[in-house]
Design a protein around this ligand. Structure first.
Ligand SMILES: Cc1cc2nc3c(=O)[nH]c(=O)nc-3n(C[C@H](O)[C@H](O)[C@H](O)COP(=O)(O)OP(=O)(O)OC[C@H]3O[C@@H](n4cnc5c(N)ncnc54)[C@H](O)[C@@H]3O)c2cc1C
Length: 374
């Protein structure tokens, strides 16, 4: 209870600081130039925040266009509040759908426990939301268009971070971040976990949501839009597209039906990866900050990849707006203090959950989960 009160107080402080920073900055004009590397969720949200704070922003993106690619993001209430502070809360709510009533099941369909979504909703006063990735990217781009003045340069793969000419450099260039390597070396490396995630969208609503945990594999389903279901499957990395349907044959309805009814050509596969060891800092103390996967790429088990990127972007831009260009090192320190431990805790939690869920002898795991409130 005390923790909840503290979290609420911290949230209120952040809201107040966000308002003050925006108001303050309108007046002090202590702004500068920024280059963001990467136009994913983290890079675009950072560009929105900096632009609102009056900074001149350029974004470099290696892709020649932003692909309408990807399935869905879970947006936790804290990340919704960050989007509110970035002026994007309404755009999110127009299309996002609430996530409720999700269960953890055995492959035979037996319910082991409920996902704690209703508890999160009661505590935060708003539900966990799901939104399509392409829609969120479009909403961020539309906000940049509306604000005007941000130069988004496509087909620009950064190779030399030292050559960037700006007061502030933001590395939002994802898990293989060139900015991270240039500033922090290669000690914190991308590690694979021997598991692959396959994701897709089924063209019907299953109405059955949550995760089903089997032996070294799991399958998840969430709402995403009316008439569609977001699904994800984690399997040993060697599993082929053909093998994916076989890996879930015999599981409870609608798992095999969801895979049977979606075209494998639309499935997306990626290796489960994370950064290890954790970075000693998200900032270089002078002019560089890392946000999102560049700073703390994590396994997707807690569904926090986009949330943490949004929280980073909002915290960084709030600190920069509050301190101004003349006190940029203080802004970077404030950002690091607010976000690093928190994001790294989430990454560790996600990695631990990954190990737990993909256990090869699931009996003990299921017994433990069965002790959770139903
Ligand atoms: C195309 C795509 C689809 C995705 N789909 C999903 C999904 O459906 N569900 C899900 O949960 N997660 C998905 N993710 C991952 C998710 O978006 C991220 O884990 C999370 O949102 C953190 O975002 P980010 O902005 O930090 O990193 P990312 O989303 O990885 O964005 C990094 C950006 O930087 C660019 N970049 C990389 N290197 C350079 C360079 N040297 N120079 C310039 N630009 C560079 C990349 O092209 C990319 O656009 C997807 C990521 C991508 C890139």
């Amino acid at each position: 209870m005390q923790n909840e009160q503290n979290e609420q107080n911290e949230q209120n402080d952040r809201d107040r600081q966000g308002e003050q920073a925006t108001r303050h900055n309108d007046g002090h004009g202590d702004t500068g130039t920024a280059v963001g590397v990467g136009a994913g969720v983290g890079g675009l949200a950072t560009a929105v925040g900096l632009c609102r704070a009056g900074w001149a922003v350029r974004v470099l993106e290696r892709r020649t266009a932003l692909e309408h690619y990807g399935t869905a993001f879970g947006i936790h209430p804290t990340a919704q509040a960050a989007l509110d502070r970035l002026g994007l809360g309404e755009a999110l709510r127009v299309r996002a759908v609430p996530y409720r009533g999700a269960k953890i099941r055995r492959p035979d369909g037996t319910v082991l426990a409920a996902l704690p979504l209703e508890r999160i909703e009661r505590k935060a006063g708003r539900p966990e939301l799901l939104v399509s990735r392409p829609y969120l990217i479009d909403a961020l781009l539309a906000e940049l268009d509306r604000l005007g003045g941000v130069h988004l340069a496509y087909g620009q793969r950064l190779t030399d971070a030292d050559a960037l000419d700006a007061d502030l450099v933001v590395g939002a260039d994802g898990i293989h971040s060139a900015v991270r390597t240039a500033r922090f070396g290669a000690r914190s490396r991308v590690r694979t976990l021997g598991t692959a995630a396959w994701i897709g969208i089924a063209g019907f609503e299953t109405g059955v949501y949550g995760e089903t945990w089997g032996d070294g594999r799991f399958f998840g389903m969430t709402p995403v839009e009316p008439g569609r279901t977001n699904w994800y499957a984690a399997v040993p990395a060697a599993t082929t597209a053909d093998g994916l349907r076989a890996a879930f044959a015999g599981w409870h309805d609608p798992v095999p039906r969801t895979l049977a009814d979606t075209d494998p050509a639309t499935w997306i596969r990626y290796e489960m990866r994370h950064l290890h060891p954790a970075l000693p800092a998200f900032v270089d103390g002078r002019r560089t900050a890392l946000v999102g996967d560049a700073a703390h790429a994590m396994t997707p088990n807690l569904g926090q990849g986009a949330c943490t990127a949004l929280l980073d972007a909002e915290a960084l831009t709030r600190a920069v707006a509050a301190h101004g260009r003349s006190k940029l090192p203080a802004a970077l320190r404030a950002y690091d203090a607010e976000r690093r431990r928190s994001a790294q805790r989430v990454a560790l939690g996600s990695r631990t959950l990954h190990r737990f869920v993909t256990a090869r002898r699931p009996a003990l795991r299921d017994a433990l989960v069965g002790l959770l409130p139903g």
